[in-house]
Design a binder for this molecule. Structure first.
Ligand code: ADP
Ligand code: MG
Length: 328
């Protein structure tokens, strides 16, 4: 007998995520009611994943559950917000028990790690599509905007880039299976930098998460701030598996970390006087933080090699930042 919508929610989603004492009404009423302490502001974001567009059709359902929440937590991280409450709008072709159990497990694990509670949503039938909306909190006035970078500020990137793009590019290729697997797990299970984002409050002058590719997202930050940036393309931190998958002079060595996307690392700027605090932050959060360049007064991004020579992007350049479909 097919599950009713009510049974499905009760079985897989009620009680899945942490209890929070700021929830007055959660799943089960017409809408949720939460209380926000005085002096705090809400930070709100939503992101949709469409099967075959935002994740490959062969993706493990637990990875889909993880990623649907992770991409949203990454937006909260980029704002310096503490995750609080989530809504889940799930469109499913059918109510498959094994699929739902795995999806809920992936979603629930990350929700417990980040302290976010699922307080409602919607369940409908149709092509597999997952929308999550998240609500986070910051002390009033302390959210990290994209606008705020000043000429002379240093540009930093967290972690290592390019692994998710490598996993997409190499899905059908017959190369180094271990390295490809390491990249695939970065594509499937991105780690939103929530603790780092929170610690950047009062330190970063601007921040953005890297979802479309470093150059595209740094471009957004620069446009919002009315500045430009000069980047050393050799200083950009690569995911360790890239050393095995792309030679240093390959187009892929540059394309994946600079333009690949799906990294869910943070790119942020820090004023000259505060840069000594970044090293301590890397130590306390356990996340590598790499200086890749500097904000400039002129508009646009200038990319150079470590020796100062001009960087020429591979065939087609990066001007369009086209995102690959992830079907097939
Ligand atoms: P309504 O018809 O009043 O919009 P629904 O029948 O859609 O309510 O949902 C019933 C309750 O279950 C609501 O509290 C809603 O927020 C919650 N809900 C529905 N789908 C989900 C889901 N996928 N995850 C979490 N909560 C859900
Ligand atoms: Mg209702």
């Amino acid at each position: 007998m097919p599950l009713s919508e009510f049974d499905l929610i009760a079985r897989y989603f009620a009680g899945l995520t942490p209890a929070r004492d700021d929830i007055r009404l959660g799943i089960g009423d017409d809408a949720a009611v939460v209380s926000v302490p005085p002096g705090r502001e809400l930070v709100i974001a939503a992101d949709t994943l469409v099967a075959g567009v935002h994740f490959p059709l062969d993706t493990d359902p637990s990875a889909i559950g993880h990623k649907a929440l992770a991409v949203n937590l990454s937006d909260l991280a980029a704002m310096g917000a503490e995750p609080s409450w989530a809504l889940l709008a799930l469109t499913l072709p059918e109510a498959d028990d094994a699929w739902l159990a795995a999806f809920a497990a992936g979603f629930g694990r990350l929700a417990h790690e980040s302290g976010i509670a699922l307080i409602g949503g919607d369940t409908t039938q149709g092509p597999l599509t997952i929308t999550v909306a998240v609500h986070g909190q910051v002390p009033a006035g302390q959210a990290l905007p994209r606008a705020g970078a000043q000429p002379g500020d240093a540009v930093y990137v967290s972690g290592g880039l390019g692994a998710a793009a490598a996993a997409l590019a190499l899905r059908q290729a017959d190369v180094a299976p271990d390295a490809v697997q390491a990249c695939r797990s970065r594509l499937d299970y991105p780690e939103p930098r929530v603790a780092l984002g929170r610690a950047l409050r009062g330190l970063a002058s601007a921040a953005i998460d890297i979802s479309d590719g470093l150059l595209a997202d740094l471009g957004h930050l620069c446009r919002a701030s009315g500045v430009g940036a000069e980047i050393d393309v050799d200083a950009v931190p690569r995911h360790p598996a890239l050393a095995q998958l792309a030679a240093r002079d390959d187009a892929a060595w540059y394309d994946w970390p600079l333009a690949g996307g799906d990294d869910y690392e943070l790119c942020f700027t820090v004023a000259q006087a505060a840069q000594s605090r970044v090293e301590a932050l890397a130590e306390s959060t356990g996340v590598a933080l790499t200086r890749i360049g500097e904000i400039t007064p002129g508009k646009g991004l200038v990319c150079r090699h470590a020796d100062g020579s001009a960087f020429r992007p591979g065939a087609g350049g990066y001007q369009h930042f086209v995102r690959q479909s992830q079907d097939g």
